[in-house]
Design a protein around this ligand. Structure first.
Ligand code: G6P
Length: 374
């Protein structure tokens, strides 16, 4: 049942719309609302015996490829905030190419939907040789990464058939947010923050359902962009990952050139590209970076940029510069979970662009679901 398309035309479309349910499955049995003596917490059975070692690590490395790397990037800020441990990001092939230093005091977290990606497996072998504690986050029970790591967490998002990863991405972020909560479970100082995030996780599936109502709006936007050569996506903070992942979705399925960029780097090059023709998505939902993103919008507007701003519900006036930008309003959730919401309009945009441009949604040219060779 899970692997037929049901009422949908494509797997990617089905998997985008399945996200309220896949997120529920990912979180099932893992969130604990607390009884009389216990505060709200998370329980990740696959790593609970290793939490002490993880808390003592000098560094946590997130290692992955493609969308899995982007999901880890989205979770990095909350893991750093809650654990106080430095978190570094590694694209698996690059770590192996550099033979970057890895130590026994490191925790290396391998993120992979399939659990079989050759580059990620090679990086795992390398980290094992160097004595790091290796944690696997995969969607495939019994996969090579699940088998060869010391401990791990399954994403439980259900089978994903479309080559472009959608529901696995949002479930990976949810799992890594839970991982951050579990690691910080022994600290009193951020208990309020942790409990608010746990409440946010409970509410996430219904907020995702809400944001999926943008489907038609995103189809209309795709109509407007159908003949464009290129699309830029600017994000920062929690949503730097959203910019990278949104652009990856657009380029891999709709075959339109697209780049995700860190808004803080805008003045160091990308600004030269801005004119009245190039469409630019700016992610400016409410969080600690909001005012900086407002200023980015103003600077792009001053250079006549063609802007599409993704903002929190009710903020259209605060971001649209007198109505000169196209605005996409999304429900607001806990800041560290906002990437789960914000990627969905971009997934829908990539999907509709692909259909309108007449390309193969589920099997993009030259790409494979799982890259098992180097
Ligand atoms: C391929 C797929 C992507 C995926 C990446 C990493 O490139 O097309 O969708 O993100 O591999 O795969 P993994 O299974 O390790 O998450």
């Amino acid at each position: 049942e899970q692997i037929n398309k049901g009422k949908y035309e494509h797997y990617m479309q089905k998997e985008i719309h399945e996200q309220p349910e896949s997120l529920r499955t990912t979180m099932r049995g893992r969130l604990i609302r607390g009884g009389s003596c216990k505060a709200k917490s998370v329980l990740l059975g696959g790593i609970k015996d290793h939490l002490k070692t993880i808390r003592r690590s000098r560094r946590i490395l997130f290692i992955g490829c493609g969308t899995s790397y982007n999901a880890a990037l989205a979770a990095r800020p909350i893991l750093e905030e809650l654990s106080g441990i430095p978190v570094t990001m590694e694209i698996a092939s690059d770590l192996v190419d550099r033979q970057g230093p890895i130590y026994r005091e490191d925790t290396a977290v391998f993120v992979s939907q399939s659990g079989e990606t050759a580059d990620t497996l090679q990086a795992l072998e390398y980290a094992l040789e160097n004595g790091a504690l290796c944690v696997g986050i995969t969607n495939t029970v019994g996969s090579a990464i699940a088998r060869n790591t010391h401990c791990g967490v399954h994403i439980n998002a259900g089978a994903e058939i479309g080559v472009a990863s959608t529901k696995a991405y949002t479930s990976q972020i949810a799992v890594m947010a839970m991982l951050a909560l579990a690691i910080a479970d022994d600290t009193i100082s951020n208990q309020g923050r942790r409990e608010a995030i746990i409440e946010g996780l409970y509410e996430l599936p219904s907020r995702v359902k809400e944001v999926l109502q943008l489907d038609q709006e995103m189809e209309e936007l795709a109509q407007l962009l159908i003949h464009e050569q290129s699309l830029l996506v600017f994000g920062r903070g929690y949503n730097y990952a959203t910019a990278l992942e949104g652009a990856l979705k657009v380029k891999e399925v709709s075959l339109m050139h697209s780049e995700g960029m860190l808004a803080g780097e805008m003045k160091h090059g990308p600004l030269a590209l801005v004119d009245e023709n190039l469409p630019i998505v700016v992610i400016a939902t409410r969080d600690a970076c909001f005012s900086k993103q407002q200023s980015v919008i103003q600077q792009l507007h001053a250079r006549k940029g063609r802007l599409i701003v993704l903002c929190s519900k009710g903020d259209a006036a605060a971001v649209s510069l007198g109505g000169s930008c196209r605005v996409i309003e999304v429900p607001q959730v806990s800041d560290c979970l906002q990437p789960v919401i914000n990627i969905i309009p971009l997934q829908l945009l990539a999907y509709h662009l692909t259909v309108l441009r007449g390309f193969n949604v589920d099997q993009p040219r030259n790409l494979a679901k799982s890259v098992t060779t180097q």
